[in-house]
Design a protein. Structure first.
Length: 75
């Protein structure tokens, strides 16, 4: 009878630990998905910034070309 009680307690502890491990894995998977989503948003933002920088560089190069042409004509 005592052995049966000890066995039940040990099994309860083992099952509880297994449930805790499953819950932790579930939380880890959810956090990994969240981090992946954040990384995707950061990547999209970086792409937008790069496109905007390229537009600015093109505009600056056009302006500098116009300024250089204007200075050459005055001479």
């Amino acid at each position: 009878m005592v052995e049966d009680t000890v066995l039940r307690i040990v099994l309860s502890v083992v099952v509880g630990i297994l449930f805790a491990m499953v819950f932790c894995l579930r939380v880890l998977v959810l956090m990994e998905r969240r981090v992946a989503r954040i990384e995707l948003h950061i990547d999209r933002l970086a792409t937008r910034i790069l496109k905007e920088e390229l537009k600015i560089e093109k505009m600056v190069s056009k302006v500098t070309r116009k300024v250089k042409k204007g200075k050459k004509k005055k001479r």
